[in-house]
Design a protein around this ligand. Structure first.
Ligand SMILES: Cc1cc2nc3c(=O)[nH]c(=O)nc-3n(C[C@H](O)[C@H](O)[C@H](O)COP(=O)(O)O)c2cc1C
Length: 353
């Protein structure tokens, strides 16, 4: 019986090839930040209210003006085709059917046009900046023309950190899977090599705030900056025009000494004008984790691996079940905390132990 996200991971582990499972679950180097993200949720206690008269919980909110049914969204993750033949189209159908929104990775196995077409709600496009600005511009234009509702610029991957499990497995994309947003550019395969080699060859390691400025000028879409842990970086991104920042360390897959993202949320929130949204990801495995993050100032959280476990365990249905499980857990946590709406979640409810 699949009761929680960990159960979905166990089924996914049994169904995936070892290299695919290791690619999805792994972190950088000693996997310190991977573990830290998760452990941080145990560092807080919730001082719940009693006799609050909460009969019903309303989890609805909005991001960048788009309504969502709960504050749990899909993080962009590469290569859904290794988990299920429906790949990102199946994930996007599932996530949007749950009233959440889907962020498609640049490195997807399904093109943005098909994903937007199959989704019943908003799809955002996560952007990696290629050294070849022509390719980057084409990606932006393609995403915009396809109907993506925002661009999520990932800024924590100037190089790809080594994930040693992938090195040992000589991880590469299985035959038949390509980078579907890059067909026709000569950059649509890993050429049998690792993702780190691909990133080194094609992505721009020298990305700067000037490039963020460039991107904001390129597009009418809202720009979200993903991968920030410092308040000063968040502030500068907002000054340049970012409409939201994602407090993220790439799920513990980049700098291995990065802080737990949950510990960074409050400071980033304090540094920004209220009009700039703070999203957070890293280690969210329970509905109550979303409650903690929202108490500390996140508007929403994103989940990366949990979606992949659902997809690998049972395709589109599995992803829906994972989102439903997290929703039910969050409702339970809200009721037990004595809160009926997300705007009642505030820092005074939590104590860092
Ligand atoms: C298998 C995998 C692939 C990922 N691919 C991308 C990507 O293509 N672009 C990106 O911005 N982040 C990527 N991420 C990071 C996620 O967007 C997100 O920050 C992270 O997964 C959140 O942590 P969680 O997995 O603990 O929920 C990836 C993460 C994983 C686990």
């Amino acid at each position: 019986m699949l009761v929680n996200v960990h159960d979905f991971e166990a089924v996914a582990a049994a169904r995936l090839s070892q290299p695919a499972y290791d690619y999805y679950r792994g972190g950088a180097r000693d996997e310190l930040s991977l573990r830290r993200n998760r452990q941080a949720f145990a560092d807080y206690a919730v001082h719940y209210k009693v006799l609050a008269g909460v009969k019903e919980v309303d989890l609805s909110t909005s991001v960048l003006g788009m309504p969502v049914s709960m504050p749990i969204l899909a993080a962009p993750t590469a290569f859904h085709g290794m988990a299920d033949s429906g790949a990102e189209a199946a994930s996007a159908r599932a996530v949007t059917a749950e009233g959440s929104l889907f962020i498609l990775s640049t490195l997807s196995n399904t093109p943005i046009e098909e994903v937007v077409q199959q989704a019943s709600g908003p799809v955002l496009f996560q952007l990696y900046v290629y050294k070849d600005r022509g390719v980057t511009r084409e990606l932006v234009q393609r995403a915009q023309a396809a109907g993506a509702r925002a661009l999520v610029l990932t800024v924590d991957a100037p190089v790809l950190a080594v994930r040693e499990k992938d090195t040992r497995n000589r991880f590469t994309l299985p035959p038949g899977l390509v980078l579907a947003n890059l067909t026709g550019t000569g950059k649509e395969t890993l050429d049998g090599g690792g993702l780190d080699t691909y990133v080194q060859r094609h992505l721009d390691p020298g990305l700067s705030f000037q490039d963020l400025e460039w991107l904001v000028q390129q597009t009418d879409l809202p720009v979200v900056v993903k991968g920030v842990v410092r308040p000063d970086d968040a502030l500068q991104a907002a000054k340049i025009g970012a409409r939201a920042v994602v407090v993220s360390n790439h799920g513990g897959r980049q700098l291995d000494h990065a802080p737990a993202t949950l510990h960074c949320v409050a400071r980033v929130r304090q540094a920004l004008d209220p009009g700039v949204e703070v999203w957070m990801d890293g280690g969210v495995r329970r509905g109550a984790d979303a409650l903690l993050a929202c108490c500390l100032g996140a508007r929403v959280v994103l989940v990366g691996r949990p979606l992949l476990w659902g997809l690998a365990a049972a395709g589109e249905t599995g992803v829906r079940q994972v989102f439903q499980t997290l929703r039910a857990e969050l409702i339970e946590a809200m009721l037990l905390t004595g809160c009926s709406r997300l705007d009642q979640l505030s820092p005074d409810l939590v104590e860092r132990l």
